[in-house]
Design a protein around this ligand. Structure first.
Ligand SMILES: Cc1ncc(COP(=O)(O)O)c(C=O)c1O
Length: 392
């Protein structure tokens, strides 16, 4: 019998990253448009808080569930900003980034054979996290002709007696689509009617454009107690490498299981990172605003550029920092192939341009590639010029 972990894949994106890093090391000019990590620095006051924590000896074991100061700051933010009716700080757990929170959420919730509905395409780690405790991912195709809607009618049709939860991610990776409050209300109504859990991944809650407001599904009273929500400092504060996130749920059994998982996995997040987190949440938010304004400018610049390239038909993202581009039927292909891996290899080999093959995000992603606009405007402009040349 195969071990359960042997059914999990490490992900295609690792292949692209390794290829790009090898080219970079060989001295080639490359454009890392595959990377979901902005080039911004951590806000200055957060850096200072981390340094001060280190220098003042705040380097001993923190509680495995997180520093009380950080958990209260998180609770305040969750209640005031996200509108989540979280009972108290005991129902907020500090995690190693969003990934760790999601790992615990699926592990605490699922038993072998439990089904979880999720969008397809989706950041591929989600399906793997569902499979880890023996769960079964049930993909719902997000269709271009419906504006990549996570369609409540499709979700309802996919519900079976084994369905345990609906996973939602807005703004979404890889498409950058933002699910409206109305769509989320309809999804919440399904969860209520069918007695399902909702796992809401709000990693990109602040990376949202055109004046839209982020909506947290757990703020809907009818499902507030059956929702588990995961957050991260990675995208909002450019703290990807510091690995800080948090998970919240009102359900005592889920929280109790997650406390045990925390104890047995990381036994807590590095103390100095947590002190940085306190400064990030309680300090000024101007740096976040500035980063998001810059990301919107990058989105506009990159979208305008992509529209001049006939090889792609691109979706304008309302949030997150990715552009989802359909490969044109007119593209002749590379090495006798026309799929998303062929385009990815073509862009890397011929242009030094990193991208992610759509199929890496699920079967519905075939025929697409995902570009990240996380680099500075000058580099993005140059990458567009390289592509204009490649596809002229
Ligand atoms: C949809 C989604 N959720 C969660 C995460 C978790 O990120 P991290 O573990 O860096 O907080 C990511 C990272 O790319 C993501 O794209």
């Amino acid at each position: 019998m195969t071990h359960i972990i042997d059914n999990i894949t490490l992900g295609a994106l690792v292949i692209v990253r390794d290829k790009m890093m090898a080219q970079q090391a060989a001295g080639r000019k490359v454009y890392r448009l595959e990377v979901g990590d902005t080039n911004f620095d951590v806000p200055a006051h957060v850096q200072q808080a981390i340094t001060a924590a280190m220098q003042s000896g705040k380097t001993h074991y923190p509680p495995s569930t997180g520093l009380p100061q950080l958990r209260s700051a998180m609770l305040k933010k969750l209640r005031e900003e996200n509108g989540l009716p979280i009972k108290d700080a005991d129902h907020v757990l500090v995690t190693i980034g969003g990934m760790h929170g999601l790992y615990m959420a699926f592990t605490a919730l699922l038993e072998p054979g439990d089904e979880v509905i999720l969008p397809d395409p989706m950041w591929s780690e989600i399906a793997e996290l569902i499979k880890r405790p023996g769960g079964v991912p049930v993909p719902i195709t997000l269709r271009a002709d419906r504006g990549f809607l996570y369609d409540p009618a499709d979700i309802e049709a996919a519900i079976t007696p084994r369905t345990k939860a609906i996973y939602i991610n807005s703004p979404q990776n890889p498409i950058g689509v933002v699910f409206t409050a109305e769509t989320q209300r309809q999804i919440a109504a399904l969860a209520e009617a069918h007695n399902l859990w909702v796992i809401s991944d709000e990693a990109y809650e602040h990376v949202i454009f055109d004046g839209q407001k982020h909506f947290s599904i757990g703020s809907i009273p009818a499902i507030a107690d059956r929702t588990i929500t995961a957050y991260t400092f990675s995208k909002t504060y450019a703290m990807t490498g510091l690995r800080l996130g948090y998970l919240t749920a009102n359900d005592d059994v889920i929280i109790d299981r997650c406390r045990k998982l925390l104890r047995l996995t990381t036994n807590g997040v590095p103390s100095i990172t947590q002190w940085g987190g306190v400064a990030a949440l309680t300090g000024p938010q101007d740096a976040v605003k500035a980063m998001m304004t810059e990301l919107e400018a990058r989105r506009n610049l990159f979208m305008d550029g992509l529209q001049t390239i006939k090889a792609f038909d691109s979706f304008k993202p309302g949030g997150a920092f990715y552009v989802w581009s359909k490969i044109s039927e007119a593209w002749p292909g590379y090495d006798g192939r026309r799929d998303s891996w062929a385009m990815t290899n073509y862009l890397i080999d011929k242009g030094g341009i990193g991208t992610s093959p759509g199929v890496a995000f699920g079967p519905s992603g075939e025929g697409y590639v995902r570009f990240a606009f996380t680099l500075d405007r000058q580099t993005l402009t140059e990458s567009i010029e390289v592509m204009q040349d490649l596809f002229k």
